[in-house]
Design a protein around this ligand. Structure first.
Ligand code: CMP
Length: 142
């Protein structure tokens, strides 16, 4: 097992429901360490830039509207196999398909408002972490 870092975004529907702490608690209990964290609000352009790979999808405009609708929490999570571990805890992108007990099963309102984002590979994680954080803002703890 290797130590990895991955990017996590707690999405607007969780912020609005005041459930930030519950999500963070579940991530920590699952063995992931928060090594960087901040609350930010994405403007339309920055949201488009982050989700650019989905720009031709039918849901793109809804996704950008949602993710830029309120502050979000962006975090770097660190741990053994952190990318895959985080994806297991989050569950399927579609909350209707997410296993019971996963974050997306428990906190989502729809597939767009699916509560949390996590990098899907080590390569994406590096790219997404660099999108939001400078190296000096990340405090590795393992
Ligand atoms: P996320 O992990 O943030 O990555 C891209 C997001 O697009 C995804 O979570 C969902 O919020 C959204 N998404 C992915 N597939 C669909 C879909 N089929 N319909 C609507 N939204 C989607």
């Amino acid at each position: 097992m290797q130590i990895e870092q991955t990017l996590s975004i707690i999405k607007p529907n969780v912020i609005i429901k005041n459930s930030i702490g519950s999500i963070i608690s579940r991530l920590e209990k699952a063995g992931l360490f928060i090594v960087a964290s901040k609350m930010i609000k994405l403007n339309w352009e920055k949201a488009v830039s982050f989700y650019i790979e989905h720009k031709n999808k039918s849901f793109f405009e809804d996704l950008i509207h949602f993710i830029s609708s309120s502050p979000i929490i962006v975090q770097v999570l660190e741990g053994y196999n952190a990318v895959q571990r985080n994806r297991e805890i989050m569950g399927n992108t579609n909350p209707k398909l997410a296993l019971s007990g996963t974050l997306r099963s428990d906190y989502s309102d729809s597939i767009v408002e699916n509560s949390i984002h996590g990098s899907d590979s080590i390569i994406s994680a590096k790219k997404e972490i660099n999108f939001f954080f400078k190296t000096k803002e990340i405090f590795s703890r393992i």
